[in-house]
Design a protein around this ligand. Structure first.
Ligand SMILES: [Zn+2]
Length: 286
C-alpha cells in the first residue's frame, strides 16, 4: 500500500517537473520572438532613414548637374513678360547661416567657411540655375532692366552644392598641375580663383556670375563688355555688389572677378559702392 502511494507521489513530482520545464521553454521562446521583432523593427527604421538620406543627396547632385549642363544656355529670349523663374524648388537644410548681421551679410571667404546651420530655400531659374528665393525678385528686376537697356546678360553660375564646388576646385588644381605646378602649389594657385569647397559664396545661394552673351569667358576681358559696365554701375540699385573688385584681392582672398555679384541688400550695396569698399571692410567697420 505504502509503496503504491510512494509511486504515485513520484509520478506526481515528475509531472510537476515536466510542466515546469515546458513553461520555461515557452517563456524562452516568447522572449526570443520579442527580441527578433525588436531587432527587425530597428533594422527597418535604419533602412528607411538611409534611403531618405540617399534621396536628398541625389536631389542636390541633380541641381549641380543642371548648373553644369545649363552653363551655356542662352537667355536672350527672356523678356519682362517671361521672367527667369521656373518653379519654386527644393529646400536644403544641410548648411545655413543666420548671422548676427542678418542673412544677407553672411561673410564667406577663405577664412570664413559656410555656417553649419545654413538653411536656405532655393528657387529655380528658367535655365536650371538656382538662387536663394529671397534674392530672386531683385535679381529678376536687375536682369530685366539690363535687357531693357538693350543688353544681353546671362547668369552662368549661381547656387552650387558642395559637390559641384569640389569638382570646380579639383579641375582648377588639375589645370595648374598640367602646367607644371606641384600639387601643393597648384592647390594654392587654384584657391586664388576658385574658392575652396565650403568657402564659396555660391554655396550660400546669394551670389551669381553674370556674363555677356557675346563674351562668356570668365576672364578680365569681361569688364569691357557693355553688360558688365552696366552691372558695375547699376547693380547696387538692386542690392548687389561687385564682390571681388580689382584692388581688393588681398582683403577678399579672391582675384578680380568682374562677373561675380553678391546680394547684400539695397542699403548696404549703396553704401559699399559709394565708399568704394568691399564686404570685408564694410563688416569690419560696423
Ligand atoms: Zn562667382
Amino acid at each position: 500500500m505504502n509503496e503504491t502511494v510512494k509511486k504515485q507521489q513520484q509520478h506526481s513530482k515528475q509531472g510537476h517537473k515536466a510542466r515546469r520545464q515546458k513553461s520555461s521553454l515557452l517563456l524562452l521562446l516568447i522572449s526570443i520572438l520579442f527580441c527578433t521583432i525588436a531587432i527587425v523593427s530597428v533594422l527597418t527604421l535604419m533602412q528607411e532613414e538611409s534611403s531618405q538620406e540617399q534621396q536628398k543627396t541625389l536631389e542636390q547632385t541633380n541641381t549641380g548637374n543642371n548648373n553644369v549642363s545649363n552653363t551655356n544656355t542662352s537667355n536672350t529670349n527672356t523678356s519682362n513678360t517671361n521672367p527667369e523663374i521656373k518653379t519654386p524648388t527644393l529646400r536644403t537644410s544641410d548648411h545655413n547661416n543666420p548671422s548676427s548681421e542678418g542673412w544677407n551679410l553672411v561673410l564667406v571667404n577663405p577664412w570664413h567657411a559656410i555656417p553649419d546651420d545654413l538653411d536656405i530655400t532655393l528657387i529655380q531659374l528658367k535655365n536650371g540655375q538656382s538662387v536663394d528665393e529671397r534674392i530672386y525678385p531683385d535679381l529678376q528686376e536687375m536682369m530685366d532692366d539690363c535687357r531693357a537697356a538693350g543688353l544681353s546678360p546671362i547668369i552662368c553660375s549661381s547656387y552650387r552644392t558642395m559637390d559641384k564646388q569640389a569638382r570646380l576646385f579639383n579641375n582648377q588644381v588639375k589645370n595648374y598641375q598640367s602646367q607644371g605646378y606641384s600639387e601643393e602649389d597648384a592647390v594654392i594657385e587654384a584657391g586664388k580663383w576658385v574658392a575652396t569647397p565650403g568657402t564659396s559664396e555660391h554655396q550660400l545661394g546669394l551670389a551669381v556670375d553674370i556674363v555677356a552673351v557675346s563674351n562668356q569667358n570668365l576672364d578680365q576681358s569681361q569688364e569691357n563688355t557693355s553688360e558688365q559696365q552696366w552691372l558695375m554701375e547699376n547693380s547696387y540699385k538692386y542690392g548687389f555688389i561687385l564682390r571681388y573688385p580689382t584692388d581688393k584681392s588681398e582683403i577678399t582672398g579672391i582675384g578680380y572677378e568682374p562677373w561675380h555679384y553678391r546680394f547684400v541688400g539695397k542699403e548696404v550695396a549703396a553704401e559699399i559702392k559709394e565708399r568704394g569698399i568691399c564686404l570685408e571692410e564694410y563688416l569690419e567697420a560696423k
